[in-house]
Design a protein around this ligand. Structure first.
Ligand code: GLU
Length: 233
């Protein structure tokens, strides 16, 4: 158990992500981290081992991180010790893609082997880090395509959020056997592992089903199946 939050809208993202993560503390965790996107700049990633209050302090309650789109994570380590390095978000080498993941990637070892052969290097001992490098491998300007390819290979459980420099105001999500809800207002969109994380901001909430992906934009959410076909919500 652990937590995930994503936000895109008009307000500063980091305080909203931290508030959302604080509402998920009951789920248990050993470290926390956020990635916030600000226009065309690379995402700013901040991580802290231990209590969420460490991350809150490190970011001046989120005020230190500019940007209106981001993802947050509280980790319950399954692969690799609790540490800053193993905390999420994980980022590709060029720092253009960042991900957070709840769950377990059962076939991460074989994926990692393939990626190592392709020249990818790993910063953490987590199973999750294969996801960001696999997205990088498949990404040729279309993140939904990369995500679709990626989820076809992933075995195990995942609630996954992705931000990418080429999509300044989008959060991409995918879900299988790990909880994920979506929420929306006229100007913003949210995702989270549980409803309390978004209740301060919206009551317009629905569940993302197993085998579904979504693109969150300010004021809109598009849902797709793992084949990339749109699902009406
Ligand atoms: N398996 C991942 C890890 O160990 C994610 C754990 C989680 O769900 O927080 O980093």
């Amino acid at each position: 158990m652990c937590g995930i939050v994503g936000f895109t809208g008009r307000q500063q993202a980091a305080p909203i992500l931290l508030n959302g993560l604080s509402k998920l503390e009951y789920r248990g965790y050993d470290s926390a981290g956020i990635a916030v996107r600000n226009g065309e700049y690379l995402a700013q990633v901040v991580k802290a081992k231990g209590r969420l209050s460490n991350l809150i302090e490190k970011t001046d309650e989120g005020k230190a991180l500019l940007g209106t789109c981001g993802i947050g994570h509280t980790r319950w380590a399954t692969h690799g010790v609790p540490s800053n390095m193993n905390s999420h978000p994980h980022t590709n080498e060029s720092e253009t893609i960042s991900i957070v993941h709840n769950g377990i990637i059962e076939n991460y070892a074989s994926i990692k082997e393939c990626l190592l052969e392709q020249g990818y290097t790993f910063q953490s001992q987590t199973d999750s880090e294969v996801i960001v490098h696999m997205l990088d491998y498949y990404y040729q300007g279309d993140m939904m395509y990369a995500l679709k390819k990626c989820v076809q290979y992933l075995q195990g459980s995942f609630a996954l959020c992705v931000v990418c420099t080429d999509y300044p105001d989008c959060v991409f999500v995918a879900k299988k056997e790990s909880p994920m809800i979506l929420g929306k207002t006229d100007t913003s969109a949210f995702c989270a592992s549980d409803i309390p994380a978004v209740l301060d901001y919206t009551k317009d909430i629905c569940a993302l089903e197993d085998g579904q992906m979504a693109v969150l934009k300010p004021g809109s959410i598009e849902v797709y199946d793992f084949f990339g076909d749109p699902v009406s919500t």
